[in-house]
Design a binder for this molecule. Structure first.
Ligand SMILES: Nc1ncnc2c1ncn2[C@@H]1O[C@H](COP(=O)(O)OP(=O)(O)OP(=O)(O)O)[C@@H](O)[C@H]1O
Ligand SMILES: [Mg+2]
Length: 215
């Protein structure tokens, strides 16, 4: 399965979600390949900061031919995660075309909902070529006990694509783990962060399996 984490908006949590999802799948014994498709190289920097044994391979491939080159590379892996770049549409287009499912992280703010339209448009365009391509919004950095997330769910319902029933909260554990090139499952395995990212990983895998069986 190839999971793209994309949003043309910067700073919404693409890299954080991509790395921690990869960590969940790798820890569960799956062979994971991580593609850093962002010229900023955030995931490569994460991997360089790591002193422990690698959990998964991280390869830099910020090029618009990713969708053509990835199938051969992916053959030896159970899961491929693509961390997308913000803003550059040729890179996003290629990363979306390479994916079986596109996760679109959205922060609980109207600016993020408005900005999601651009990514949704790219996904719809890719669906003309790959009709089974799936997409799912994941609300990230939710702040507990605020009504904002509910309003954001309602606004997202106007777009095509599903909305994950698993959202991720604003938690310092994500940045803390990244500091040493680790994932929350390693630094805080019993934390709420570890619990929510594990639930998200399972729900994404389940969504792909259900749709594959239905097709
Ligand atoms: N759930 C969260 N709780 C707390 N902090 C978070 C969470 N998700 C992301 N962050 C923080 O938000 C910032 C941006 O996150 P991240 O780099 O993952 O976003 P991005 O979409 O990959 O950004 P870019 O578009 O620049 O690639 C980082 O400082 C990260 O630690
Ligand atoms: Mg990033």
């Amino acid at each position: 399965m190839i999971i793209g984490v994309l949003n043309q908006k910067g700073g919404v949590g693409k890299t954080t979600i991509a790395i921690n999802l990869a960590g969940v799948y790798a820890k569960s014994g799956q062979r994971v390949l991580f593609i850093d498709a962002d010229p900023q190289g955030s995931a490569l920097a994460w991997s360089a900061a790591r002193e422990a044994e690698p959990l998964f391979a991280v390869v830099g491939m910020a090029k618009p031919t990713l969708h053509k080159e990835l199938p051969d590379m992916a053959a030896d892996y159970d899961v491929v995660i693509i961390d997308g770049a913000p803003r550059v549409s040729e890179l996003a287009r290629s990363a979306i075309l390479a994916s079986d499912i596109v996760i679109i992280p959205v922060q609980p703010s109207p600016y993020d909902v408005w900005a999601a339209a651009e990514t949704v448009r790219l996904v719809e365009e890719a669906r003309q070529i790959r009709e089974n391509l799936q997409s799912v919004f994941v609300v990230n950095r939710k702040i507990v006990n605020t009504a904002l997330a509910r309003a954001v769910y309602a606004a997202l319902a106007n777009f095509s694509g599903t909305i994950s029933d698993v959202s991720l909260c604003q938690r310092v554990a994500y940045a803390e783990s990244a500091m040493n090139g680790q994932v929350v499952l390693e630094t805080a395995p019993r934390s709420e962060a570890a619990r929510e990212i594990t639930r998200l990983a399972r729900s994404i895998a389940a969504q792909l399996t259900t749709k594959a069986q239905a097709a």
